[in-house]
Design a protein around this ligand. Structure first.
Ligand code: ATP
Ligand code: MG
Ligand code: MG
Ligand code: MG
Length: 439
């Protein structure tokens, strides 16, 4: 992509309305624009990041055996009357009437709809296990939308739903998602800690919030510091093997980690001095076993091996890709801007032409650009007539992992500069050597 033909509305001023660094940087880098309170448009740079986050999530969901579908944003109130949640959900739900005066709603979540799909088609234990997910916009009329896309009213969610015959199989499904989440957050460059979370009337211990520690987080959390060093499962995890999944889950739940609602002072005090972490955290994912909470009232039953009909056991598993875009910036930035992990950078490479109009510089940049494009490497070519200082500032602000800096002085000796955004290191080297580093 040539910057001269791109749409990258950079803000040089620090926006006053933004209270936290990720919100400031997303506005300054031209990633998002607020359209009304808690409702954002995603501009090209933001959209690229959001898509990359979704793709990592999708790959790990698919690897674990979950199957992608797409449910609508608008739902019928009648479905929610069946589960009893239409009245319970309260003001966070956006209620709408269609032209026939029918009650509709903009989905804040999809348990009811998924249960409806399951009851229509899934009749036998032989159809199970099943895990269906979608990545779709949700609306929750948050009392206090704030921090940009971190807590917005319209936001993107990946929500998966597992369907099993009984509790034992539901736990295997839960463990699959637990492990898939560990892998997902690691690939996004995050240290997300699974923390024991509230299960409400369902009881049991199958609810975990995946939390990233950050001073701007809205939750108070408590955990053992060793979680920050724990290895995440590799791509060779066997999702078909319940016992190896259980081993990973056991290790990742062996140390203390809890959200405020489930905090146990005594257990926390037993952690050795110096390893006790009491911190603020951002909830980026949440997995939850809720048993027959919806299948029972909504009559989603299957016949077991004995022919007897029973309500299916279900769990739901959410991740917020739009919140994640902000959370990753909270975890990875410096005073000059965003530092994207390579896996989700909007472009892997920034190509900076320091003297547009100079024939040799233009020719070298064109050749580098063509080479990267032919190798399918996302590159943003700054071919504008801005001053070099402003090009450096833009490249750092939008956080591209690699910068190839091309100017007439270096080129006279056959050299370009290669800069790594992550540590600021710079090297002067021939074009072919610079490309070899990246390709
Ligand atoms: P929170 O405690 O932050 O209000 P939640 O517990 O209500 O979140 P869940 O219902 O568990 O959220 O939804 C799953 C995921 O969706 C969350 O872990 C989070 O990543 C994301 N999410 C929830 N609410 C929002 C929001 N208002 N804006 C952006 N992402 C959100
Ligand atoms: Mg909430
Ligand atoms: Mg929560
Ligand atoms: Mg939650």
């Amino acid at each position: 992509m040539r910057l001269s033909r791109y749409f990258l509305p950079i803000l040089r001023e620090v926006p006053k309305e933004a209270e936290i660094v990720s919100h400031r940087l997303m506005l300054r880098a031209g990633m998002i624009r607020q359209e009304s309170a808690g409702i954002y448009a995603w501009l090209p740079l933001g959209k690229r990041v959001l898509d990359k986050i979704c793709n990592v999530i999708r790959e790990e969901q698919n690897r674990s055996g979950a199957i992608e579908i797409m449910m609508p944003t608008i739902q019928s109130a009648d479905l929610w009357r069946e589960s009893g949640r239409y009245d319970d959900y309260g003001k966070e739900m956006l209620r709408i009437k269609d032209r026939h005066e029918r009650d509709m709603l903009y989905g804040p979540t999809n348990e009811e709809m998924l249960t409806e799909i399951v009851r229509a088609y899934v009749k036998s234990y032989k159809d199970l296990p099943l895990n269906l997910y979608h990545i779709q916009w949700k609306f929750r009329d948050e009392v206090r939308p704030r921090f940009g896309v971190m807590r917005s009213r319209e936001f993107l969610m990946k929500d998966a739903y597992s369907i099993d015959l009984d509790f034992e199989n539901a736990v295997i499904a839960y463990n699959r998602m637990f492990v898939a989440y560990l892998r997902t957050f690691a690939r996004l460059g995050l240290k997300a800690i699974p923390m024991v979370a509230d299960t409400g009337p369902i009881g049991g211990n199958h609810s975990h919030e995946f939390i990233i520690l950050a001073s701007t987080g809205e939750s108070q959390v408590f955990c053992h510091s060793d979680y920050l060093e724990m290895d995440t499962p590799g791509s060779d995890v066997d999702f078909q093997d319940p016992s190896s999944l259980q081993t990973i889950v056991n290790r990742w739940t062996s140390l203390y980690a809890a959200t405020e609602e489930k905090h146990d002072e005594a257990a926390f005090a037993a952690i050795p001095d110096g390893q006790r972490l009491s911190a603020r955290g951002i909830e980026v994912g949440h997995i939850f076993y809720f048993g027959t909470k919806y299948s029972e009232p909504m009559n989603a039953t299957v016949a077991g091996p004995d022919g007897v009909e029973r309500p299916v056991h279900m769990g739901s598993y959410g991740i917020g890709p739009s919140r994640l875009a902000a959370a990753i910036i909270e975890a990875s930035h410096d005073e000059n801007g965003i530092i994207w992990p390579e896996a989700i950078a909007p472009f892997r490479v920034g190509l900076l032409n320091l003297k547009v109009g100079d024939a040799a510089t233009d020719a070298a940049c064109d050749a580098i650009y063509a080479e990267l494009v032919s190798r399918n490497i996302d590159v943003l070519y700054d071919d504008t007539d801005e001053r070099p200082g402003s090009k450096f500032a833009t490249a750092d602000l939008i956080g591209l992992p690699w910068q190839i800096i091309v100017g007439p002085k270096g080129l006279a000796n056959g050299m370009v500069e290669l800069k790594r955004r992550a540590d600021g290191s710079r090297e002067t080297l021939p074009i072919t050597a610079a490309l070899a580093r990246i390709i």
